[in-house]
Design a protein around this ligand. Structure first.
Ligand code: ATP
Length: 222
């Protein structure tokens, strides 16, 4: 579904990523981990088309991708309501969603525990509430591939756990491919997932079990 061949990204003379080779199959739950500044966000930006690679090829076999960016800097934006942000997640802009779409939005607001906030301005929401709204925005068009860059950074621990359970439901029920960038795998569900360790290049790809062995060997410190 997604294939990277010898992909490199440079900013001027600075090589952020080089020789990146991996593929993602339909239905994969793919965790991307790595230290600060290792190129994780840069990698997902090439995936969603926000950044062009400097070398190599990227093949993507779907058009319907949902994306939750890492930086949600709303302070600089025009004031928007929760409703407007969620509607902007539809692939084709629309003023009035269909009945079934409205129901879907309602269900998600409930699952994200923000059902009372639909008409509110985003500026009145806390960071964690805003993050939940952006999650709904990414989910609302029922994408084939969901790309989440640090989606739980502003969520409190109890909701974080619920959120990962919800993600697994989406993956199972809709066969959604999920690509998840994180610093912290603690709460993420690790069964049947793939883990990719990035540090300028791909240092490891495999199961969680093998990832633990890799970490024990301390390979990511060399
Ligand atoms: N537009 C840009 N111009 C120049 N350098 C950039 C640009 N975007 C990112 N970088 C640099 O590329 C490197 C990788 O950044 P990136 O955001 O991809 O890392 P990351 O692994 O997502 O980090 P974190 O875990 O801290 O979010 C950093 O050193 C960053 O300063």
């Amino acid at each position: 579904m997604i294939e990277y061949k010898n992909v490199g990204v440079s900013f001027g003379k600075f090589n952020v990523l080089s020789n990146v080779n991996f593929h993602v199959e339909k239905g994969d739950f793919f965790h991307i981990v790595g230290p600060n500044g290792s190129g994780k966000t840069t990698l997902v930006k090439t995936l969603v088309g926000l950044l062009k690679q400097s070398e190599g090829t990227i093949d993507i076999n779907t058009k319907n991708m949902g994306y939750l960016p890492q930086k949600l800097n709303l302070k600089n934006l025009i004031p928007m309501t929760v409703q407007e942000v969620i509607y902007s997640g539809f692939k084709k802009p629309k003023l009035f969603p269909s009945k079934s779409e409205c129901q879907l939005i309602k269900d998600w607001l409930k699952k994200m525990e923000i059902e009372d906030l639909f008409g509110h301005s985003m500026n009145y929401l806390s960071g964690g509430q805003q993050q939940r709204v952006y999650l709904i925005r990414a989910l609302i068009s029922e994408p084939d591939v969901l790309i989440l860059d640090e989606p739980t950074s502003a969520l409190d621990p109890s909701f974080r756990e619920k959120f990962y359970i919800l993600l697994h439901e989406i993956q199972r029920n809709n066969k959604t491919t999920i690509i998840h960038v994180t610093h912290d795998l603690t709460d993420a569900i690790k069964e049947n997932c793939k883990i990719m360790y990035v540090d300028q290049t791909i240092k490891f790809i495999g199961s969680y079990e093998d990832f633990n062995k890799f970490e024990h060997r301390g390979h990511h410190h060399d």
